[in-house]
Design a protein around this ligand. Structure first.
Ligand SMILES: Cc1cc2nc3c(=O)[nH]c(=O)nc-3n(C[C@H](O)[C@H](O)[C@H](O)COP(=O)(O)OP(=O)(O)OC[C@H]3O[C@@H](n4cnc5c(N)ncnc54)[C@H](O)[C@@H]3O)c2cc1C
Length: 169
């Protein structure tokens, strides 16, 4: 931790509660609306804490229904339709991330795509930056799996493998 750039001051940190271990932490995805009701944050979707995005998603998913129902709440729109629009936005923005995160959470081996991008990110700054944009979910799965980036990652890995080969006699 100390060696990280701009590392937090771990030496002066103080533990204030018991350490709680969990081996089974269910990731829930619920339909975020019911008639007259909108669920936000973890009530609608509990993500894997590993990625550290739950607070951001809680705030965003609070803003989305507020924006969607504002006209209906002031008598200028239909509440059910507003809630449907919120449910659609919630699904569009978060379900792809949740699908990948839930799959990743199974403690399985890395799939070939992950091996490719993770190893290239450790060797190339632009792929590392791309990985950095994806991990805190600043870009979506489609942009993460952009063919140009995958091609770049492949080139990085091939170059690395070639450089690691023993010189021909
Ligand atoms: C171990 C762990 C690490 C995490 N690390 C991160 C991280 O690094 N970064 C990040 O962004 N997110 C992280 N998260 C996720 C994040 O904490 C949650 O996604 C976020 O707190 C969800 O916010 P929320 O307001 O939806 O729910 P909550 O924060 O759970 O708030 C719900 C509140 O409702 C209260 N409540 C429940 N029932 C009732 C009731 N009947 N009446 C009144 N009040 C009630 C609860 O006491 C609670 O205070 C982590 C989660 C865990 C478990």
């Amino acid at each position: 931790m100390r060696a990280l750039p701009e590392a937090p001051p771990v030496d002066s940190a103080e533990r204030v509660s018991k350490i709680i271990g969990l081996v089974d932490y269910p990731l829930h995805s619920r339909r975020p609306t019911a008639p007259g009701v909108a669920l936000i944050g973890d009530a609608a979707l509990t993500g894997d804490p590993l990625w550290g995005v739950g607070c951001g998603w809680a705030l965003e998913s609070a803003r989305w229904p507020a924006e969607a129902v504002a006209p209906a709440a002031t008598g200028r729109g239909d509440l059910d339709r507003s809630l449907t629009a919120y449910a659609r936005r919630h699904r569009r923005r978060l379900s792809g991330h949740q699908y990948l995160a839930a799959d990743f959470a199974k403690a399985r081996r890395f799939n070939p795509m992950e091996r490719l991008v993770f190893s290239a990110a450790a060797r190339d700054e632009s792929v590392a930056r791309h990985m950095h944009l994806f991990a805190p979910r600043l870009i979506g799965p489609l942009r993460f799996l952009n063919p140009l980036v995958l091609a770049k990652a492949t080139v990085v890995d091939i170059r690395h493998r070639k450089a690691a080969e023993p010189p021909a006699r």
